[in-house]
Design a binder for this molecule. Structure first.
Ligand SMILES: [Zn+2]
Length: 276
């Protein structure tokens, strides 16, 4: 057992004692971040989503937008999927739709324009950064249109999955603006949502957030925390959830038990939107 798994259960027990004592904002919600979901992890996803649905915690993108506009409600959880992997379309049909769950899907139109080996090598280079080979290909436009028709919301994840902080201002404008144009042309409405690539605090800056805000209403980061109308809509928090982790670690993620470690990063993110 890894150290993480060994510590998860006692940490969860402690967090469940402490959390009721902390203030919460009416209408707060978390956004879980998922990526490709290999067949080996689909049962874990089904358990996660059906558990949230059974406890009436799942909210859809429209409800998240209502809450960001000041609407109240008990704590909620919104699902999001990054990168547009083919398995996202499969789990949407096999797991989300039967449970009545509607999610956000963040896609990269430039990578979707590639096929076969060219797409795989672009995924390995831009998405996985050489850490591993591409596990699978991406959904095509038909798959993305099917998600939209089923009530899911499609957002932008840059044109080619580039790290925004590594680009010139022209390249940055192209990665954000052209992706929004491609999604608008294909889906018929401008994408309200954006998720910046890699999600960590070093992959974003004030200039990139300002550019994102020219094309989108909401930007989800990968910085952990709860969302509400008190958070700037371009500085939304996201919680990466590891479906390969044990149940206690997953519960700790979903219940916000990792939030205290991200306080400084949340402050940094809030500072960037204030600056831009
Ligand atoms: Zn990504």
């Amino acid at each position: 057992m890894s150290l993480r798994e060994a510590l998860a259960a006692p940490a969860l027990g402690l967090w469940r004692l402490v959390r009721p004592l902390l203030p919460r904002i009416d209408g707060d919600f978390r956004i879980l971040m998922l990526h490709d979901v290999p067949v080996s992890q689909q049962n874990a996803l089904r358990q996660l989503v059906s558990g949230l649905a059974a406890r009436n915690l799942l909210i859809d993108p429209a409800e998240a937008e209502r809450r960001l506009g000041g609407g109240g409600g008990k704590p909620g959880v919104l699902l999001s999927f990054d990168d547009g992997f083919a398995s996202n379309g499969e789990v949407a049909e096999a797991i989300l739709t039967p449970l009545g769950a509607r999610a956000l899907f963040f896609v990269c139109p430039g990578l979707m324009a590639l096929t076969g080996a060219a797409q795989r090598s672009a995924i390995a280079a831009n998405v996985l950064r050489g850490r591993r080979a591409a596990p699978e290909g991406l959904m095509d436009w038909t798959g993305v249109e099917r998600l939209a028709a089923a009530g899911h919301v499609i957002g932008s994840h840059t044109l080619d999955h580039r790290r925004l902080t590594e680009l010139s201002s022209d390249q940055r404008a192209e990665q954000i603006g052209s992706a929004a144009e491609a999604l608008t042309a294909r889906l018929g409405s401008r994408p309200a949502w954006f998720a910046y690539t890699f999600g960590d605090i070093t992959s974003i800056d004030a200039a990139a957030l300002a550019e994102i805000g020219r094309h989108h209403r909401f930007c989800r980061s990968g910085v952990r925390g709860a969302n509400s109308a008190a958070i700037h809509p371009l500085a939304l928090r996201g919680d990466h959830i590891d479906l390969a982790a044990g149940a206690a670690w997953r519960a700790l993620t979903v219940e916000g038990g990792l939030d205290p470690r991200y306080r400084a990063q949340r402050r940094q993110l809030d500072g960037m939107v204030a600056e831009g």
